[in-house]
Design a protein around this ligand. Sequence first.
Ligand code: ADP
Length: 261
Amino acid sequence: MYVLGLDVGSASSKVVILDDDKNIVSSSVVQVGTGSSGPSRALNEALGKVNLTLDDMKKIVATGYGRYSFERADKQISEISCHAKGIYHLVPTARTIIDIGGQDAKAIRLDDNGMVSQFFMNDKCAAGTGRFLDVMSRVLEVPLDQMGKVHFQAKEWAQVSSTCTVFAESEVISQLSKGLPRESIVAGVHQSVASKACSLAYRIGVKNDVVMCGGVAQNAGVVDAIEKELQQSITVAPHPQITGALGAALMAYEELKKQNK
Ligand code: ADP
C-alpha cells in the first residue's frame, strides 16, 4: 500500500511516497520554471524511481500554494498543517517551526501533541523569502547553493537595511560598487532574511525546540544568521524542502486508515 503527498510551491514542486510503515520509499523536488509542468514532472520523477504509477497510490493529498491545480488529489490541506505534521513526525520535540520558502515565510507554534496552536505568515512581500535570496544571488553573482559557504568567509556583516527587495537590490549594487567585500554583503543579505523570519517567530513566542524547514533551510548562512539573532542553536529538519510533502503524505496515510477502519 502506498500513499502520496504533493506540495505545489511557488518555487518548486515536491513529492513524497510512503509505504505501509510510513517509510519514505521515494521523493522528488523539481524547480518550477515558467509554465505549469512542475507538479507532473515531480510526480513522474518520484513514481519513476520506484516503478509505480498514480494508480498504485491509495490516497493522495495535495498541499502548497498550487494545491488545487492537481485534479487527482483526494484532498487538499493547507501547507501550515502539512509542515506541522511533517516536522513533528521528524522532530517530535519541535515547538517552533520557521519555514522559509520561495515566496513566503512562516512561524508556526506546535503544542505538545504536534497540533498547530498559532502561526504568523509573510506572503505579502518578497523580502525575507527565498525570492529575495534568488534576486541577491543573481546580483552578487554567487550561486544559490554557494551562498552558505561564502557567508562563513565574511569577517564583518554588511548592513542591508532596505525593507523592500527592489530597494535592497539597488543598495547591494551600490555596496558592491563601493568595494565592500562580496562575502560581507552575502552575510548582510542573510541577516536581513533572518531578522524578518525571527520577527514572525517573536510574535508567536520562541519555544524550544526551534526547527527550520523550507528550501531556504538549505542555506547554512541563513541558518547561522537566525541562530545569531535568536542567540541559540536551531535544528534544520532532515530534507527540509520536502517536509510539507511528507506532511501531506502522512495526512493521506491517516485518511486511508480512517477509511479502512
Ligand atoms: P516553495 O515551497 O515556495 O516552492 P521552497 O521551499 O522550495 O519554496 O524554497 C525555495 C527557495 O529555497 C528558493 O527560492 C531558494 O532561495 C532556496 N533554495 C533552493 N535550493 C537551494 C539550495 N540548494 N541552496 C540554498 N537555497 C536553496
